[in-house]
Every structure is written in structure tokens, then in C-alpha cells.
Design a binder for this molecule. Sequence first.
Ligand code: 5GP
Ligand code: MG
Ligand code: MG
Length: 188
Amino acid sequence: MSTTEIHPNVNRVIFTETQIKEKVAELAQQITRDYKDSKNLVLIGILKGSFVFMSDLVRGIHLPNTNVSLEFMSISSYGAETSSSGIIRIIMDLRTSIEGKDVLIIEDIIDSGLTLKHLIELLQSRKPKSLESAILLRKKEGLKTEVPVKYIGFDIPMVFIIGYGLDFAENYRELPYLGELKEECYKK
Ligand code: 5GP
Ligand code: MG
Ligand code: MG
């Protein structure tokens, strides 16, 4: 990628389109392998951040003997903008039952892990056959709770990431790479 194509508010590109593509293909292969005997697999994309990851991931999954369905949930966590309390509010819930089905949560990023932990507790109460998660990015140093994650894309340092579906104040989701937002853009 030539530097002229990089957004001026991006400090540096953390992962290029090519790197992301390879990693997502790897995750899709693992998922294909692990769910080959599944009857019903429900992939739950957490809006909005996971929409690009989800759309690339599902196209790499090949499960001809499984009913694969896609659902979306929209949640927001209470608390300040840059850190999450982990107390989640459901903005848009699932439209179907997940009882007795294999469920895979698709999320863009975990920092403290609190949002995912609460989401797992909520979905577990609906009695799926199994419940796992696929997360594109994890800030290992940010983790404040033990949260089981089966599929991880990349571990990243404690910087603010935008692009490939991830936003800052609803902007930058369209960028095809994962970039670090310039500090001056969010520290006033
Ligand atoms: P957690 O509950 O794990 O602390 O927060 C997870 C949520 O915080 C993510 O779903 C995302 O909305 C937001 N978040 C955390 N770190 C980043 C980041 O570097 N970039 C963006 N765009 N969102 C982030
Ligand atoms: Mg998210
Ligand atoms: Mg956001």
C-alpha cells in the first residue's frame, strides 16, 4: 500500500489488507474443521464493529452438512467512551432461539473482556448446545477478567484501533486495513 492511501488520522497501519485476509482465512479453516459435525451453527455478529470481519469470515467457512445461519445483535456498554463497564444494554436482540444450537459469537475486539463476558453469560442462559467466540483483536494487557475465547485473530498492544469495521465516534469503519488512530484525534 502506498503511504498516500493511508488516512491522515492514522498513525500507522497495524495490519494490512493482505495480513488480515490471511488471518481470517486461517480462522475460517479452523472453524470449518471444528464444526464439521454440527447440525446447526448460528454465527452471531455483534454490530457494528464486527460487520467486515463477519462478512469475510463466513465466506471462508464451508460446512455443506450444517445449517449455518447468521444473526446479529447490537449491544452497548454503559460507562465512559474509552473504557467499558461491562454492563451491557441490548439495543437489538436475536430474532430466533439458539436453544440446542452451536453458537459462535463474532466480535471485533476485546479490551477488558467485560463486554464479552456479560454477553456470554446472557447467551448461555438461553441454553445453546455450545457457545464459543471468534474475536479479531485482543488487547492482552487490557484484560480484567477471564473470558474464554476459542478463535483469536491478533493480539495487539494498548493502542486505539480503527478500520476494518472498527470506529472512532462512528468514523473510519470503511478503511480496509487496521490502523492506529493518532492520539491527537481522541486526546483533547
Ligand atoms: P471491553 O468490554 O472488552 O473492555 O470493550 C470492548 C469494546 O470496546 C469493543 O467491542 C469496542 O467497541 C471497544 N473498543 C475497545 N478497544 C477498542 C479499540 O482499540 N478501537 C475501537 N474502535 N474500539 C475499541
Ligand atoms: Mg465490538
Ligand atoms: Mg465503537
